[in-house]
Design a protein around this ligand. Structure first.
Ligand code: COA
Length: 181
C-alpha cells in the first residue's frame, strides 16, 4: 500500500537515504547536500517536500522549491528538483504518483508554472514541455544538445507565452553543478 504525504522532520534520514541510493555514488552525495540545503533555505519557500511510503518505509521523495520568472514575481512558480525512488521500488509508478500529487498540491496553492531540468523522455507524460522555446530561460545556460531537458508546464492556462524571462531559483540551487544534464 503506497502512501504519499508531506515530509516531516523525522523523515529526514529516510528520505536522504532514498536520494543517495537512487542517484548513486557519484551524484548521490551532491543531491543529499542539495536536499538538506533546500529544506533549510528561506529563499526556497514556498517549498513542497513529499515522501512516498510503502509499508511505513520511505521509498520515494520529491522536492519543489520556489522559482520566479524575472519581472513576474506575482506569478508564483516552482522548480521540481530532485525526484528519487529507491532502486528496488522503481518502475511501479511511485515517481509518477509523487509528481502528480505534487502538481495537484501546487495548483491548489496557486502556483502557476512548474519547471524541471530532467529526463525529456520522462516528464512530458505529466504535461511538461521544453521551456526554452517560450522565452523561459534556465538559471544557467543549458547546452544546445540537451536543451529539451529544461521543461515547464502551467498549472492554469494563460501563462506560457505571456510570462517570459530568465528563471530565478532558490540560493541553494543557484550553483552551476545543479544545472548540468
Ligand atoms: C526517474 C525516477 C524518479 C522514476 O521513478 P519511478 O518510480 O521508477 O517512475 P515510474 O514508475 O513512475 O515511471 C517509470 C518510467 O520512468 C522511466 N524512467 C526511469 N528512469 C528514467 C530515465 N533516467 N530517463 C528516462 N526515463 C526514465 C522508465 O523507463 C519508465 O518508463 P515507462 O513508464 O515508459 O516504462 C527513478 O528512476 C529514479 O529515482 N532515478 C534515479 C534518480 C533520477 O534520475 N531522478 C530524476 C532526476 S530528473
Amino acid at each position: 500500500m503506497l502512501e504519499i504525504r508531506e515530509s516531516a522532520e523525522q523523515d529526514l534520514t529516510g528520505l536522504l537515504v532514498v536520494e543517495e541510493t537512487a542517484f548513486g555514488d557519484t551524484e548521490g552525495p551532491v543531491i543529499v547536500e542539495l536536499v538538506k540545503g533546500l529544506l533549510q533555505d528561506p529563499t526556497a519557500i514556498p517549498l513542497l517536500s513529499l515522501v512516498a511510503l510503502s509499508d511505513q518505509r520511505i521509498v520515494g521523495h520529491i522536492l519543489f522549491s520556489k522559482a520566479e520568472v524575472t519581472g513576474f514575481a506575482e506569478e508564483q512558480s516552482s522548480i521540481l528538483a530532485p525526484l528519487a525512488v529507491e532502486p528496488d521500488f522503481q518502475n511501479r509508478g511511485i515517481g509518477s504518483s509523487l509528481v502528480t500529487e505534487g502538481l495537484k498540491l501546487l495548483a491548489e496553492a496557486g502556483v502557476k508554472m512548474v519547471f524541471v531540468l530532467g529526463h525529456p523522455e520522462y516528464y512530458p507524460r505529466f504535461g511538461f514541455k521544453p521551456a526554452g522555446q517560450y522565452g523561459l530561460d534556465a538559471p544557467y545556460p543549458i547546452p544546445e544538445a540537451v536543451k529539451e531537458a529544461w521543461m515547464v508546464q502551467e498549472l492554469s492556462p494563460g501563462y506560457i507565452g505571456r510570462v517570459k524571462g530568465p528563471v530565478k531559483c532558490a540560493e541553494t540551487l543557484d550553483h552551476p553543478e545543479h544545472w548540468r544534464e
